[in-house]
Design a binder for this molecule. Sequence first.
Ligand code: NAD
Ligand code: ZN
Length: 347
Amino acid sequence: MRAVQLVEWGKPPEIRHIDDPEPTGAELVLRVDAAGLCLSDIHVMDTAAGIFDYPLPLTLGHEAAGTVVGVGPSADASWLGRRVVVHGIWACRQCRNCVRGRENYCLRLARIPGEPLPRIGNGLGHHGGLAEKLLVPSDEVLVPTGDLDPGLAAPLADAGLTAFHAIRMNLDVVDESTVAVVIGVGGLGHMAVQILAALGVSTVIAVDQRPDARDLASALGCISAHPSVDEAHSVARGLGGADIVIDFAGAPSTVETSLGLLGPGGRLVVVGTAGGRVLVGKDLGLAQGWQVGAPFWGTRSDLTAVVELAAAGRMSAETVEFTLEDVPRAYELLRRGEVAGRAVVRP
Ligand code: NAD
Ligand code: ZN
């Protein structure tokens, strides 16, 4: 089968022909119907050797939707023929966080200072969904998608799930009167705007340096869209400050100034990883009771909730489609910020 593989750290991926996967034990094989591209893939590919404990060549793709076409001898054969999206966190399911249903914070997948980063799941240490077929460890990482178009289901696996989790962790400040700011209305951010709307939030201020991302934000119902955090300040201040600011850019120019957008008890949620830093201290002169968090991806039950929202037509991914052969070019467009919404591949 054809697969998009990272062959060497710091180099663009290659289209390669590899053997079809064969399921053993509780494993299942999916025919990949669609896979999404994420800016995180670029962060991974750009990394120097030795940082990630990932064996190369590695098939990329941590947003995968497909149809179950093979089951191992101890897997439940009733999955055959079902359409699913893959939860990309292949957790131990035994540690204290897994038992709490917080598999995204599985202790066995923890980053340990000074050690290579662990293998998390498809495309991130294990072979991913940018291929004709994908092997998954068990049905515990599958969420059925029913009639949902796979091209819309795939981006739910990360863009939708990460945005949902970032909001779900802060539900106590999310209601009809919430003032929210979404920074970076790209793959993840445009999902966040829709999830907030589905939760009743009608006051969302958008920030993005790209004009087409600001247009998308306005089309999705944001009350205003600004090219920089500084330019969003007066709107947020006029509304008493934000209850929640979700930063999907995570750049120095966004993270460092976004704390000033918060109203009393407000939350800064940092999702993007573009090198921004925040200084934490009680005497920064900010509104009282501010909190900052850096959530990671999401739980399987979050993924189920996102699939339900999408199936109910309450959120959808703006997608641009590419062929498998086109993936290296699509990553270059993503790197240059030239993809509106999510890049999706139908292998
Ligand atoms: P994307 O490129 O589709 O979207 C990012 C958006 O931010 C773009 O529209 C871009 O124009 C905007 N932007 C970037 N820098 C900006 C700045 N300084 N000011 C204003 N706007 C700016 O990327 P994506 O796939 O949505 O990923 C977003 C980020 O989230 C990435 O850093 C990615 O690595 C990270 N991510 C984190 C998790 C997690 O679990 N924490 C999961 C997935 C992705
Ligand atoms: Zn665990």
